[in-house]
Write a protein that binds this ligand. Structure first.
Ligand code: GTP
Ligand code: MG
Length: 195
């Protein structure tokens, strides 16, 4: 994808009405701090257009980024952030569920998992939620630069077993530092979900 222009078009909080867009949407889900906003920046060729933070819980809204006025990248709030209240967690969960359930333009959901860690109970729940809404999530194993190359296959296997992935599910290792995996993700989006 050649990025000509980008724009943060819509920001939705827990009480917002979700937009009824007329262009395809691609969403990114995952635990807080897993690297969703960093991935979106990498896809947009920007350093910090999507706000990133070393402190988990940065993205607390659903953010819709238009790309070339042609499609949307959708940054979902991270789950599993310990410091927010139970009430807030439930409301974010409801917001994500409402979005997955009602969007008419959502074409694909990417689920991000830190390549270093075994999937958590929340990751498993999120994976199931996405499946239940009729989407076959693509898994992105983030922070690839944090492990040795010789360890990659082992970690991918751990992730497949941990999430009990449906056979044939794509797993793409990615690093926002080296940008490894970026082109593959765009290629997949363009060939499978756009146009
Ligand atoms: P929330 O908005 O809290 O849900 O987090 P997020 O999933 O959007 O994570 P974000 O992109 O803000 O990244 C969290 C932290 O991880 C930041 O300090 C990033 O710099 C770092 N990070 C993200 N991706 C990578 C990566 O591929 N490699 C390394 N080494 N660090 C990364
Ligand atoms: Mg974020």
């Amino acid at each position: 994808m050649v990025i000509k222009n980008i724009n943060l078009e819509t920001v939705c909080g827990i009480t917002s009405v979700l937009p009824e867009n007329d262009k395809p949407e691609i969403a990114f889900a995952g635990k807080s701090n897993v690297g969703k906003s960093s991935l979106i920046n990498a896809l947009m060729n920007r350093k910090s257009y999507a706000r990133i933070s070393a402190t988990p819980g940065k993205t607390q809204t659903i953010n819709f980024y238009t790309i070339n006025e042609e499609m949307y990248l959708v940054d979902l709030p991270g789950y599993g952030y310990a410091k927010v209240s139970e009430q807030e967690k439930i409301q974010w969960g409801k917001l994500i569920e409402r979005y997955l359930h009602t969007s008419k333009q959502l074409k694909a959901v990417f689920l991000l998992i830190d390549i270093r860690h075994d999937p958590s109970a929340n990751d498993k729940m999120m994976y199931q939620w996405i499946l239940d809404q009729g989407y076959q999530p693509i898994i992105i194993a983030t922070k690839l630069d944090k492990i040795k190359r010789s360890q990659v296959q082992k970690h991918i296997k751990m992730l497949k077993t941990g999430l009990q992935l449906v056979p044939g599910t794509k797993v793409i290792p990615f690093s926002s530092q080296t940008k490894q995996g970026r082109d593959e993700i765009w290629e997949l989006i363009e060939t499978e979900y756009l146009g």
